[in-house]
Design a protein around this ligand. Structure first.
Ligand SMILES: C[S@@+](CC[C@H](N)C(=O)[O-])C[C@H]1O[C@@H](n2cnc3c(N)ncnc32)[C@H](O)[C@@H]1O
Length: 481
């Protein structure tokens, strides 16, 4: 049974800490923990924060709740400013900034792997959710009741994603939640009610998943107080009340500005209008230049034609030989590189003990520089032609044909064949996916199908772009450049 199925099976609706899996789209994810939650804007103002008079909450049919302008707002205006005590951090205490977190909570948080930082802050969120009279209740009660992230998908919908790297991540998170549920239960079994971080309430994989998703889909990572020796600062994840009602766009009209100095009288951070905002326009922030894998895993949505989306594959000599031969390249030797080629592969971190074999196709680079360099180097026997260039040139797509046109054409053709192999791994075609959507499916299936359609379209786009370049290069070769 898929781990997520077990998370689903553990769902109960009577506990205040329990989350129901989203059987709905992100739009109807607008249902809140409390149906008539306290008015968020009023609370932020009452607590000393600033909210521009033209900023209002609004409901978007696709994005759920959001913020919008009730009248035109000039560029550069402050939209929201939050004082130090409003964000929810792992170690925050109202009236005492440096208040240490509860020792039992710290012990639990220490068991969370670094990459799942959202779970750590999620423990704090669960603690505040369980606390009667929590300072953050006006904020928490306004959080969505459900999330459309794949840890809450049924096993069938996880399979519907059809993309192994994401399936792996989803299963990993589900497994973590199930194991962590046991660890939490074990740690809390002898803790007295007085010291219990969740006031004696039951915490299971489902409530942990709710908290992790609430944080991953809403927290911002801002500069912390701790400075590293090089002057840079650590990143502290925080939940930013009201600010986190802004939805995402790669063309945002607002941005978060963090004050450099943490002075008590100053606001911790503010949101400003990056350009003029017209009446009724939504206020949009850029959550980051992320792939659809991360948008789906952390936020529960997929962006069509996402220019930062890519596919991952493993650098593997046998696969590359097969792709090259399928592309009509004669006697490729990816499986048996010469010593000088091997040396370059290890400089590219594609050979040797600490090698990093995951490479990507798509995204702004089109072909990851390390993969492109490896192809250029392995598809030539002309060592001198290669050694004329430094590694950065070999990795660069805009540097056209550094090892000659025939070599570049062979490299591109190999990537096109790799793409064709990747496409074949999907059990369905885009047209079949589209007809499934037309016939109507559950919200989770729809999300999974939309995700895989985008992956396939991305691969087709890369193939198209590289074929265009091959054609262009071939015509240069025939006119004797
Ligand atoms: C930081 S919250 C924004 C407020 C949220 N809409 C709400 O109702 O509370 C992020 C969530 O909003 C939704 N969202 C934000 N931007 C989106 C977009 N561009 N497309 C689809 N959903 C989006 C997703 O459900 C995401 O997990």
């Amino acid at each position: 049974m898929a781990a997520s199925k077990i998370v689903m099976a553990s769902l109960t609706h009577y506990r205040p800490l329990t989350c129901s899996a989203s059987a709905a789209s992100s739009a109807s994810g607008s249902a809140r923990l409390v149906s008539h939650a306290p008015y968020l804007i009023k609370w932020v103002r009452r607590e000393g924060g600033f909210v521009h008079p033209a900023v209002k909450l609004s409901l978007d049919p696709f994005y759920g709740l959001g913020l919008a302008a009730s009248e035109r707002i000039p560029k550069g205006s402050d939209l929201i400013a939050l004082p130090h005590h409003l964000p929810l951090r792992f170690e925050s205490g109202v009236g005492d900034e440096a208040a240490a977190a509860d020792p039992v909570l710290v012990k639990l948080a220490d068991q969370v792997p670094e990459e799942l930082w959202a779970m750590k802050l999620g423990l704090k969120l669960l603690q505040e959710r369980a606390k009667v009279g929590s300072f953050w209740w006006p904020y928490i009660s306004n959080l969505p009741e459900t999330y459309s992230v794949p840890i809450f998908f049924q096993g069938e919908d996880i399979k519907n994603l059809q993309y192994a790297p994401l399936l792996y991540q989803v299963n990993k998170r589900c497994r973590f939640l199930l194991d962590f549920e046991q660890e939490v239960k074990q740690t809390l079994k002898d803790v007295s009610l007085k010291d219990h971080p969740f006031k004696g309430l039951d915490v299971d994989a489902s409530s942990l998943g709710w908290a992790m998703s609430a944080v991953s889909s809403r927290a911002f990572r801002s500069h912390g107080k701790n400075k590293f020796p090089d002057g840079s600062s650590s990143y502290v994840p925080m939940m930013l009340p009201l600010v986190d009602m802004c939805n995402h766009s790669f063309e945002p009209n607002a941005q978060i500005v963090q004050e450099q100095e943490e002075q008590p009288q100053k606001m911790l951070l503010k949101v400003t209008a990056e350009r003029e905002i017209n009446q009724n326009d939504p206020l949009l922030l850029n959550y980051g230049c992320l792939s659809n894998d991360l948008f789906l895993l952390d936020y529960g949505f997929v962006i069509p034609s996402n220019r930062y989306d890519c596919i991952e594959l493993k650098y593997d000599g046998a696969l590359l030989d097969a792709a090259s031969m399928a592309a009509g390249v004669s006697s490729p030797n990816f499986s048996s590189p010469t010593p000088w080629q091997k040396e370059i592969l290890s400089q590219l971190n594609l050979d040797g003990e600490a090698s990093l074999l995951k490479v990507t196709i798509g995204g702004p680079e089109l072909v990851e520089g390390r993969l492109l360099a490896a192809l250029r180097v392995l598809l030539t026997s002309d060592k001198d032609a290669v050694l004329k260039h430094d590694l950065n040139m070999l990795k660069s797509l805009p540097v056209e044909a550094p090892c000659g046109i025939a070599n570049e054409v062979a490299a591109f053709r190999t990537v096109i064949a790799l793409c064709a192999i990747a496409l074949e791994h999907f059990p369905t075609k885009v047209m079949e996916d589209e007809s499934l959507l037309e016939n109507g499916v559950s919200a989770a299936s729809e999300l999974a199908i939309r995700f895989r359609i985008q992956k396939k379209l991305l691969i087709v786009d890369v193939m198209r772009e590289l074929s265009r370049r091959v054609k262009q290069l071939s015509s240069k070769e025939t006119v004797g450049y």
